[in-house]
Write a protein that binds this ligand. Structure first.
Ligand code: NAD
Ligand code: TYD
Length: 336
């Protein structure tokens, strides 16, 4: 049995590919990735020479290429992670988000329909629900009120994917996960950015008052949930995936500083993100009931594992921070 994974050189996709092959979830994975700034073959180093993994360098927007690959490989399922994934970048330049997240998902869906693929799992985010007022928690029927070009592009692609089930009976499943963290995350997102800046004794930029709340999910728990939804989910089904660990950003950053023995004075308040969602909160009961999945890694343990990984992999961090990263950092943080 072969699965086609898209975006499998990125943070979550590569964790999924590594875990799936390590634990034998499937016989073989074909991994289609464009290798944007966020894609990194170093994340797949442990699979070098492994005949169960085929890496294909390509763009999901290239429908002919995707269709040819589907006809050649006849995968039993598509697990679609590929996306532009960072909110701040979507504010600086939304175009790539529309092209890849909406256009790329459309191209994949069309190719999957033509090739008769029997399972299509679309990986989405709880950000499609927008900011959730206390004390509510969004279930899967909560209205979609995305705030950023990133979350709007994900909401658009969710609805498009679901329409392919309703209209064409392409067996689509949509998962909506909360904020992930863990090893190999690109240091533009909160946790790896704060760890890597703190390790270099650089300021830690806190947007606004830092009291925005996110629900943290260890990346391996997310990958196991995606597998559970793929195998136990109903076609046309939507499944929230949460970590059940809501924390304000300031608290997360304090925990990182304390673990590293760095002073709290490194925290620096900067101008808030435009359209910044105040709080995310979801219920995960549907996936738990359908599959028995639970988030297993407590935040303290996941954070410790993550911090250890960044301390031990300074070469990886230095390489991803060279070049394009510096320009992005300047653009996003220089005038805040
Ligand atoms: P990432 O930015 O680390 O990786 C994205 C990957 O997609 C990269 O390898 C990149 O090269 C590839 N890619 C981008 N455009 C492509 C294209 N046109 N064709 C082929 N490949 C392309 O992202 P991530 O954090 O691993 O997120 C993966 C998925 O999970 C995304 O769909 C994201 O919306 C979703 N998600 C992420 C989080 C999170 O906290 N990071 C939470 C919920 C959902
Ligand atoms: P992020 O990791 O970008 O994820 P998302 O915006 O998709 O939830 O940000 C997580 C939270 O951390 C969010 O409330 C914004 C905040 N944040 C900062 O305060 N400073 C930063 O430099 C970054 C990147 C994020």
């Amino acid at each position: 049995m072969t699965w086609l994974v898209t975006g499998g050189a990125g943070f979550i996709g590569s964790a999924f590919v590594r875990l799936a092959l390590r634990e034998g979830w499937t016989d073989r994975i074909v991994n289609l990735d464009k290798l944007t700034y966020a894609g990194n073959l170093e994340n797949l180093a442990e699979l070098e020479g492994d005949p169960r993994h085929r890496f294909v360098h390509g763009d999901i927007c290239d429908r002919e290429r995707v269709l040819a690959l589907l006809k050649e490989e006849r995968p039993a399922a598509i697990v679609h992670f590929a996306a532009e994934s960072h909110v701040d970048r979507s504010i600086l330049g939304p175009e790539a988000f529309i092209e890849t997240n909406v256009g790329g998902t459309f191209s994949l869906l069309e190719a999957a329909r033509e090739a008769g693929v029997e399972r299509f799992l679309h990986v989405s985010t709880d950000e499609v629900y927008g900011s959730i007022p206390e004390p509510d928690e969004a279930d899967e029927s909560w209205p979609l009120r995305p705030s950023s070009p990133y979350s709007a592009s994900k909401a658009g692609s969710d609805l498009l994917a679901l329409s392919y089930w309703i209209t064409f009976r392409l067996p689509v499943i949509v998962t909506r996960a909360s904020n992930n963290y863990g090893p190999y995350q690109f240091p533009e997102k909160l946790i790896p950015l704060m760890i890597s800046n703190a390790l270099e004794d650089r300021p830690l930029p806190i947007y606004g008052d830092g009291m925005q709340v996110r629900d943290w999910l260890f990346v391996e728990d997310h990958c196991r949930a995606v597998r559970a939804a793929l195998e136990k989910g109903a076609p046309g089904g939507i499944y929230n995936i949460g970590g059940s660990r809501a924390l304000p950003n300031r608290r997360v950053v304090e925990m990182i500083l304390d673990a590293l023995g760095k002073p709290r004075s490194l925290m620096t308040q900067v101008a808030d993100r435009p359209g910044h969602d105040r709080r995310y909160a979801i219920t995960t009961a549907r996936l738990e009931q359908a599959s028995g999945w639970r988030a297993l890694v407590p935040f303290e343990e996941g954070l410790e594992r993550t911090i250890r990984w960044y301390r031990e992999n300074t070469g990886w961090v230095a390489r991803v921070k060279s070049g394009e990263y510096q320009r992005y950092y300047e653009r996003n943080y220089a005038n805040r």
